[in-house]
Design a protein around this ligand. Sequence first.
Ligand code: XMP
Length: 508
Amino acid sequence: MKEMILILDFGGQYNQLIARRIRENNVYCEIHNYNEKVFELIKEKSPHGIILTGGPQSVYDDQSIQCDKKLFSLGIPILGICYGAQAMAYSLGGRVEMAGVGEYGKADLTLLADSKLFHGIKRNSVVWMSHSDKITMAPDNFKATAATKDCQIAAFEKAGKNLYAVQFHPEVVHTVEGKKILSNFVDICKCSRDWKMDSFIEETVAQLKNKIGDKKALCALSGGVDSSVASVLLSKAIGKNLTCVFVDHGLLRKNEADEVENIFKHYDLNFIRVNAGERFLNALEGVTDPERKRKIIGEEFIRVFESEAKKIGAVDFLVQGTIYPDVIESGLGKSAVIKSHHNVGGLPDYVDFKEIVEPLRLLFKDEVREVGRQLGLPENLISRQPFPGPGLGIRIIGEVTAEKIKIVQEADFIYRSEIAKAQIENLGQYFAALTNMKSVGVMGDGRTYDYAIALRAVMTSDFMTAEAAPIPFEILNKVANRIVNEVKGVNRVLYDCTSKPPATIEFE
Ligand code: XMP
């Protein structure tokens, strides 16, 4: 049985972060909704510890999820966070009150007593609060261990039973000692901190062998890190019974299709590259609406993939590079709308596969990257920035034409190589887009009337919000000079200084 911490979700906005922080301690964890099947789940998972997350409700709401008090007598260490702390207090007979004023943002925490949870932590530190109800009395035989100005019981515990609770959010970076607090909880759970990627590879390959046996599997390979890592894992497990289909829709970055092919040529797997650029261009002819473009690209993609699957025949398994944030966002009921809008076509409904295999569904992006490294994938593929499924189709504003694709590919290539040369770090994503604007310029002694390229670079950790990156002006200037000199059809280069929101990262 794998050593793990179970995170029981009450709908908190930071639950992914809690899981991240636990895994940073080399401890495996999973997030599951708290519901009536909780005891079955605990039996199945045998966790070393349980974390109860925050959530938007009040223990007094009719609809609120209450904690069964039996949970606290299982002998498993428990940490309640925010709503999780209130639910713990309430179910064990403490007092939770609707607060007149909520406490949101940073607060100064003072420790009141020694606690294993706060071992090695300064007596005063800043924590992140986000709650309206508050705990005004800890349950019997529990002691308050920390307070803020507005929250007399900011932490409480019954150390003898390994029950701990904090009103603040240790998983958020603004809680200065948060990492240490969660690491202390990992110690309280007596976890051996041995969750590593090499053990993940071994275990997963064995499971895949077992599951797929000598049947065939098909993978839609985009050249992005997730589907690449999924493919290589699968090929380790089933060798030539895996076929990877790489659809080159003609909307990739300069040289990208060849780069992907070159990488996968060296693996012992069946790799099929379908050059479908013309087909996509035809389908996009005359289309200017961004959502329509997305839909067309998604649909064409599926059709190409389907026809390849038919050619291979008798394929039982479809491999997808789904990762944990996708599972959490769609499975636990949040952010799903934004995601499905972004995904290019859901493959499984269209093709007759018996089962979908998602070997990375419990990993975060950085863990997937680590697996990729251990599998020997090249660093330029592993640390690649995200690239949208519809590709340059949504970086060309208005109608997509062969000429415009060429322009944006060349401009983007120059921009990316200058950024690489300048070794600018911390960029979440950066690219060139082709505006639909033509303007007047002068080159040599002649008038030009050409397109403007827009450069974008953002800093972001979650891609839901982003800040425009302050690229040094000399670099922007150099990129602009190179683009107008080297790319035919462009006479102006603009830099996008807008954050998200109100803009988005992509232009369409
Ligand atoms: P936005 O433009 O919404 O993008 O700020 C956020 C992140 O999602 C990527 N993106 C997409 N990815 N299909 C995808 O696979 C899409 O249709 C799509 N649209 C945006 C974008 O590149 C950024 O990383």
